[in-house]
Design a protein. Sequence first.
Length: 271
Amino acid sequence: MTPSNPPSPPEGRITTEAQGHVLRIGIDRPAKRNGFTPAMLRALAEAYTRLDDDPALRVGVLHAHGDHFTAGLDLPSFAPLMQRGEYAVPHGLVDPLNLGDAGWRRRTKPMVVAVKGITYTLGIELMLAADIVVAADNGRFSQLEVQRGIMATGGATLRMAERAGLGNALLYLLTGDGFDSAEALRLNFVQRVVPTGSELDEALRIAERIALQAPLAVIATRLNALKAVEQGPLAAMAEFDTVQQRLANSEDAKEGVASFVAKRAAVFVGR
């Protein structure tokens, strides 16, 4: 926690800090291993919505204060919502789990995640719902809902199988057993493992590299790759020509050509 931040309240909070074109989003309830309350999940959705709606912001970085990413949901505070079949995030906001349910928005801008220490249940689902994950080498992961009598409904049953294959996913979904950062890398749940303490710096470095690229092209590329995963290659290919024509007529495409001819770095404006 930076000195400028007051102590985290007992119910936790989500911190935000814009650094140039990058929005840092922090999970802040270290006294409870960053266990999520309903208020925190709603605040996280509000931060994701800010990222998508602010044209000055191009990339998000999700990280955690304290020693752990998150132990997952604070079950006593979420149990009444689960029993009523309700979600802590109101309609109209960007869903941090990016599931595409009716009433909630899907994120368009890239999200890089830095995880460390304990990353359980919701933590795994948040990182799998993001785009690029950097893990500290002290990572401890578990999708342990079956040990609590419930099912993972934040995307783990979908994305773990997609990344690692059905057998590898079920090995951990059906036992709730823990695994480390090296195993998370092998299973394609994270993209890089770095020494503990350097994970946020590496996530920010990646985010800043993305932020230097043409924003419209970054969004289009991300959404096309996501469509290929969710709907298949043919659906993604069907939009190649129309998307490329739109991008080719943008100010940023003209800047891309001009910078190539002048042999200089491009300066993109997102138009």
